[in-house]
Design a binder for this molecule. Structure first.
Ligand SMILES: [Zn+2]
Ligand SMILES: [Zn+2]
Length: 294
């Protein structure tokens, strides 16, 4: 499935980032080049609900000597709560994975049409065509509507587009009924990959609810959790590390530790490629496939 040698583990490791295949700014080739310049030796490309950027990333990775781990970031829901699950080391041709990607493509298209309809009602004619043109082959999402609103002169920048029209509670905030967590984990497993709960501290959950999420995730076959995602308060990281350790003791379901920058674009130094490091005393997620390889 993957052909990583030990050199891939000798430098910085980043297991969560985005390219133009979803809502990132850099093409997969540019992304891998940037990762190389940041000292990254192992990079998982984890675009939202697509693996379309992986072939290009692999080619550049081969040229530059950066190990590329096939990944994806699936949108899913725990109960009614939207959460993200990263699949690492996946077989991108697996039928279950392809079906899950197609389903999310349909849901995203429906959402895009709904967003466009709402924006047009507010007088922004041509929103759908405009955003589609900007998205090209990428998965159409709110960032493309934001860019279109900027380009059409309706707002000054993307931040303003989200604040006024696309962010939480605004016209373009269309909820999607994503497939449930259990199904998503099952899909990743069926594709031979490891399911990783993405950025657990970014869901606004209380500690008790977060514990519930981690427990449910491990119970349905989730194997790891992003202990670090982008720049994070070290106190929160320690707290999360303790929570994961206590779960492992009480439920007997150890979750391995993953990490990533969640890089989207160069102007965000708080989530630069390769910028986060796992603390001592945790079991890194790559142990899962390094041991299975032997
Ligand atoms: Zn995410
Ligand atoms: Zn992400």
């Amino acid at each position: 499935m993957h052909t990583l040698n030990d050199a891939a583990y000798s430098g910085r490791i980043d297991l969560h980032c985005h390219s133009t295949a979803s809502d990132g700014i850099l093409s997969p080739a540019q992304l891998v080049s940037r990762a190389k310049s940041q000292g990254v030796t192992l990079l998982a490309l984890t675009d939202h609900d697509t693996v379309a950027g992986l072939a290009e990333a692999r080619l550049t990775g081969r040229d530059l000597g950066v190990g590329i781990l096939p990944g994806i970031e699936f949108s899913t829901r725990w109960g009614k709560h939207p959460v993200h699950v990263v699949g690492l080391n996946i077989d991108t041709g697996a039928p279950a994975l392809q079906r899950a990607i197609e389903l999310r493509g349909r849901l995203r298209r429906q959402r895009a049409e709904e967003i466009a309809g709402r924006l047009e009602k507010r007088g922004f004619a041509g929103a759908l065509e405009g955003a589609r043109a900007l998205a090209g082959d990428s998965v159409l999402g709110r960032p493309h509507f934001a860019r279109w609103l900027v380009q059409a002169g309706h707002v000054e920048d993307s931040a303003q587009a989200f604040k006024r029209y696309l962010g939480a509670g605004k016209a373009g905030d269309v909820k999607v009924d994503w497939p449930p967590l259990e199904d998503t984990v099952a899909t990743i497993r069926a594709a031979g990959g490891q399911a990783v709960l993405a950025h657990p501290l970014k869901y606004g959950l209380t500690r008790t609810r977060l514990r519930g999420l981690l427990s449910a995730f491990a119970a349905c076959g989730g194997r790891a959790v992003e202990l670090l995602c982008g720049r994070q308060n070290p106190v929160q990281t320690r707290d999360l590390q303790r929570l994961v350790a206590s779960l492992a003791e009480e439920d007997g379901a150890p979750l391995y530790a993953s990490l990533g920058s969640d890089f989207h674009q160069p102007e965000q130094p708080w989530r630069e490629l390769g910028s986060v490091h796992l603390p001592a005393g945790v079991e890194p997620v790559w142990k899962l496939w390094q041991t299975s390889r032997q």
